[in-house]
Design a protein around this ligand. Structure first.
Ligand code: XMP
Length: 180
């Protein structure tokens, strides 16, 4: 696995530190509303981020699962997205925080957001670990961002290429010859 990574972009220690900061930002923003918050992770890329983030959040919460299809394998973006598995929990009148690994063109989060808004939550906020600033859309503006990064294809810490590398503990840049 190591030889497929061209370079480490964000080391695990920096990720760890930033997640603690994000958790504090989230707690501060929600205040009293944090009790009973519903977290909706965008699967599967957010699983490791989610696991670390929620253990730093010191309040009672629920996790609602939904599955969105995205491009697989090819390291390109902007493809079609669709709802594959509906939300497992009722979010009507509840405060909802969507957690995703990376915001690129915004197609994925646009689909998620429109699906969730139909269910009339009390509020809907978005937290992403990474934001690629090059294509960041005007209509999907995350409330919490871990790191802004350049337009490079990254893997590790939950992010995959063809479902590989999710278990790489740092965020690294995949060697371009592997996907070009
Ligand atoms: P959109 O374009 O929908 O992209 O905002 C978000 C989704 O695209 C995938 N993506 C990546 N996955 N490394 C990855 O492993 C990347 O550099 C990358 N850029 C986009 C990912 O599924 C993300 O949720």
């Amino acid at each position: 696995m190591e030889r497929d990574i061209a370079r480490i972009l964000i080391p695990r220690s920096r990720i760890r530190q930033r997640i603690s900061e994000l958790a504090r930002e989230i707690s501060r923003t929600y205040g009293e509303d944090s009790q009973g918050l519903i977290i909706v992770p965008v699967l599967a890329g957010s699983i490791i981020f989610l696991a670390d983030l929620i253990r730093d959040l010191p309040f009672k919460m629920k996790i609602g699962l939904m599955t969105i299809s995205r491009y697989r394998g090819a390291a390109t973006t902007g493809g079609e997205t669709q709802l594959l598995q509906d939300l497992t929990i009722d979010i009507t009148n509840r405060h909802v925080l969507v957690v995703d690994d990376i915001l690129d063109t915004g197609n994925t989060l646009r689909t998620v957001k429109s699906q969730l808004l139909q269910r009339k939550p009390a509020s809907l906020r978005i937290c992403v670990l990474l934001r690629k600033t090059a294509k960041a859309p005007n209509d999907i503006i995350p409330d919490f961002v871990g790191f802004d990064i350049d337009d490079v294809f990254v893997v590790g810490y939950g992010l995959d290429y063809d479902d590989n590398y999710r278990n790489w503990p740092d965020i690294g840049v995949l060697r371009p010859e592997l996907y070009e």
